[in-house]
Design a protein around this ligand. Structure first.
Ligand SMILES: Cc1cc2nc3c(=O)[nH]c(=O)nc-3n(C[C@H](O)[C@H](O)[C@H](O)COP(=O)(O)OP(=O)(O)OC[C@H]3O[C@@H](n4cnc5c(N)ncnc54)[C@H](O)[C@@H]3O)c2cc1C
Length: 689
């Protein structure tokens, strides 16, 4: 059926609502020589992505006094990125109903994930989805009201659904409309820089936050600082997209890992990221999963003399094997070390990485079917592995050319690139293996609480995922934990009034730190830091990791931070002050990731998730059509590492890495209404004392 252009437009061009007027700032406090405006609130949410907006709305509905601040109201990954499989978990599948325990097992299947978190996300997914539908999210249904579903990464039964390439932006849209309707205070273009705390050790708790808001820059407040006093702080600032050069994150995603380390917050699982094929953020950052590869385009490389290379023909043994594995990247999108073995789908990613390392550009062409593997028969839709041909036949995708199959299966996929002036109907598309998601982050308990009282973390800022995550579970986790954090803040009653704790001392300390970073004569700049950190992370801590490279990279990251402490960073202009501070914190985040990775490898850690730990003594050897790939020999994962997590904290200037067992969940425990109802009625379930 041909879908009218107006429908395609509505699903790709998603307008955002107009924000309410910002609150007046009626108070200032003197910090050193500066007059700094203050806003008092009960609960401060940092970030207006899908996770932050969800927490804000849920907390406000439970009578909390809520304020949102955001670096950019419609920035971040929820609003600006996605893929044609932007998904949410549905809890009913395969037409047989689902089982939350089964779903939880699938969410945590990659290991290193808290079992209670996986169950919380499974059981909370129906509510997350239904409430978004109530707010107006147009999730697709059949004529009897069932949700249309399909299979995605790390999902064996088909628990995903989607409203097209802009699903997460649509989520932001409906949640933002709700936040506006609830009259939640919102400060746009306001970037969190330092968390303010009071007390020490076990009594340490949040008292506020120092942010920069360029429009507040005056002679009396030259940095444009603003202080928020709050009793509860929700960190929902997304993932550290700027950490890698090769990245499919939208531009300017810094996350808050460095800020968290400086605050004394613990980070968990930060060795775990997702990498996969996509177009980079220098152009239009987008994942090439789902139908882009399921239509089986021709993938090739071009060297500096403009000569084309049919490189996948060197890796797979037959045309059928190569074509079927290109198709499988649709739902086996993230690179996974073990899928390099036995001619599986991650051999495609490996081949692309090695081609890029030779200095060649890699492209996919929707106007050509894959060329034959040398010596084998040509590509034919009649010669594909069974799972592939059944899928294509069910989808009616039997047209001759990939572009015709794409037009038939997912016209939005073409439309989307067209919006960014990329015409995949006619031109080949350049792409690469990119960093896409941070699975780890700030460590939280089952209510989204961090190790510092009053501070919560949700969405990609938090470390709720394990080594792998089913496609769509990032958005689901943000919605489920956003809801729980809102519930918890409401139940605690601590954020129902604007906070008035004295923050002057904490702000003075924070100001001193900021001033020591901003050194206008330093030779370190935003540009030099960005180039240095991103190259190190992409070249030495990407999908192929070698112990020595990681150790060297960790040493270099430590030296960089020592240099920053010694010399500071110079801002070229006033408008760069925020970026200077974000890059200083990114340098810390990079050191923390490398410290954890180095620790993991030195403890004998093997390949898991998106990273192959290459080792000439490794027990796993990928093969190509021409024989073994000895340079990529890798270690397999140790079983015991599945049951523990790496925690990183900054003590003084040192990153301390330790391991802790995952939290367990007793699958046999059953709730019982009369026994458990009182804990709900009295609020005991929230464990707020
Ligand atoms: C290409 C791509 C495809 C993806 N596809 C999927 C998918 O199909 N399914 C899925 O589940 N997940 C997917 N993800 C991951 C998912 O989109 C993200 O994990 C999720 O959107 C994160 O939401 P969030 O609310 O935590 O953060 P974000 O949406 O990134 O929002 C962060 C917010 O914080 C603000 N902010 C940042 N720093 C500061 C600061 N210091 N001070 C104040 N504000 C700040 C930003 O302006 C923004 O408003 C994909 C990611 C990418 C990059």
């Amino acid at each position: 059926m041909k879908i009218p252009q107006s429908i395609l437009n509505a699903l790709t061009d998603v307008d955002m609502p107009r924000l309410n007027a910002e609150p007046e700032l009626d108070k200032t406090i003197r910090i050193n020589d500066y007059e700094v405006p203050v806003h008092q609130t009960g609960c401060l949410v940092v970030g207006s992505g899908a996770a932050g907006l969800r927490a804000a709305v849920e907390a406000k509905r439970r009578n909390a006094d809520v304020t949102i601040i955001s670096q950019s109201a419609w920035g971040g990954t929820s609003a600006c990125s996605g893929s044609d499989k932007q998904t949410l978990h549905t809890a009913n599948t395969a037409d047989q109903g689902d089982n939350f325990k089964e779903m939880a097992r699938s969410i945590r299947a990659g290991g290193a994930m808290d079992e209670d978190t996986a169950y919380i996300e499974a059981v909370g997914s129906t509510r997350a989805m239904a409430s978004l539908q109530y707010l107006g999210l147009p999730l697709p249904q059949d004529d009897l009201g069932g949700t249309l579903r399909y299979q995605t990464d790390h999902d064996e039964v088909g628990r995903a659904t989607s409203c097209g390439p802009r699903t997460s932006r649509l989520m932001v849209q409906v949640l933002a409309k709700e936040a506006i309707q609830l009259d939640i205070a919102f400060f746009n273009h306001t970037t969190a820089i330092k968390v303010l705390t009071e007390g020490e050790g076990d009594t340490k708790r949040v008292s506020g936050l120092l942010a920069i808001r360029p429009r507040l820059q005056t002679d009396a407040n030259p940095l444009g600082l603003i202080i928020f006093q709050c009793a509860a702080l929700v960190i929902a600032a997304g993932g550290p997209g700027e950490l890698y050069r090769d990245s499919v994150f939208p531009n300017s995603c810094f996350g808050t890992l460095g800020l968290a380390l400086e605050t004394g917050l613990e980070l968990v699982n930060i060795t775990e990221s997702q990498f996969g094929i996509g177009t980079r953020r220098e152009g239009f950052p987008w994942n090439l999963s789902g139908t882009y590869v399921q239509v089986i385009p021709h993938i090739y490389s071009v060297d500096e003399d403009g000569i084309e290379h049919h490189f996948l023909g060197d890796y797979y043994r037959t045309t059928q094997e190569m074509a079927s594995n290109i198709f499988r990247k649709g739902y086996q999108w993230p690179f996974h070390a073990t899928r390099m073995l036995d001619f599986q789908s991650s051999l495609v990613d490996l081949a692309i990485v090695l081609e890029n390392q030779k200095g060649r550009r890699v492209l996919m062409d929707f106007n050509r079917n894959p060329l034959a593997v040398p010596g084998d028969r040509p590509f034919s839709l009649d010669r594909l592995d069974d799972d592939v041909s059944v899928y294509l036949q069910n989808a009616g995708a039997t047209q001759e050319m990939p572009i015709e199959r794409l037009l038939h299966m997912n016209p939005l996929a073409i439309e989307l690139y067209a919006r960014y002036k990329v015409d995949i109907k006619n031109d080949p598309l350049e792409f690469a293996v990119n960093n896409q998601h941070m699975n780890g982050g700030i460590a939280v308990d089952s209510w989204g609480r961090t190790n510092i009282a009053g501070i919560y973390a949700i969405g990609e800022a938090s470390g709720t995922h394990g080594v792998t995550r089913p496609g769509g579970s990032a958005l689901n986790a943000g919605q489920v934990f956003g809801t729980r954090v809102g519930e918890h803040i409401g139940a605690s009653g601590k954020a129902s009034e604007p906070a008035s704790t004295d923050v002057a001392d904490a702000a003075r300390r924070a100001m001193k730190d900021i001033q020591s970073v901003l050194q206008f004569e330093s030779d370190l700049t935003v540009k030099s830091l960005r180039a240095d950190i991103q190259a190190r992370m992409s070249d030495q801590a990407g999908v192929l990791c070698f112990a020595r490279d990681v150790r060297d990279a960790y040493g270099d990251a430590k030296s960089l931070n020592a240099k920053i402490r010694d010399k500071g960073i110079s801002a070229m202009r006033d408008s760069e002050i925020v970026r200077v501070l974000q890059w200083q914190q990114m340098a810390l985040a990079s050191e923390a990731v490398l410290a954890a990775l180095d620790h993991y490898i030195s403890e004998g850690g093997g390949s898991r998730g998106a990273r192959a730990i290459c080792d000439s003594d490794g027990d796993s050897l990928p093969q190509s059509a021409h024989g073994p790939l000895e340079d990529i020999r890798f270690r397999s994962e140790k079983d015991e590492h599945k049951n523990e997590q790496l925690i990183v904290r900054m003590v003084g200037h040192q990153m301390q890495v330790s391991s802790q067992p995952i939290r367990r969940f007793d699958e046999s425990a059953k709730s019982f209404f009369e026994r458990d109802w009182p804990a709900w009625l009295t609020g005991e379930i929230f464990d707020t004392v």
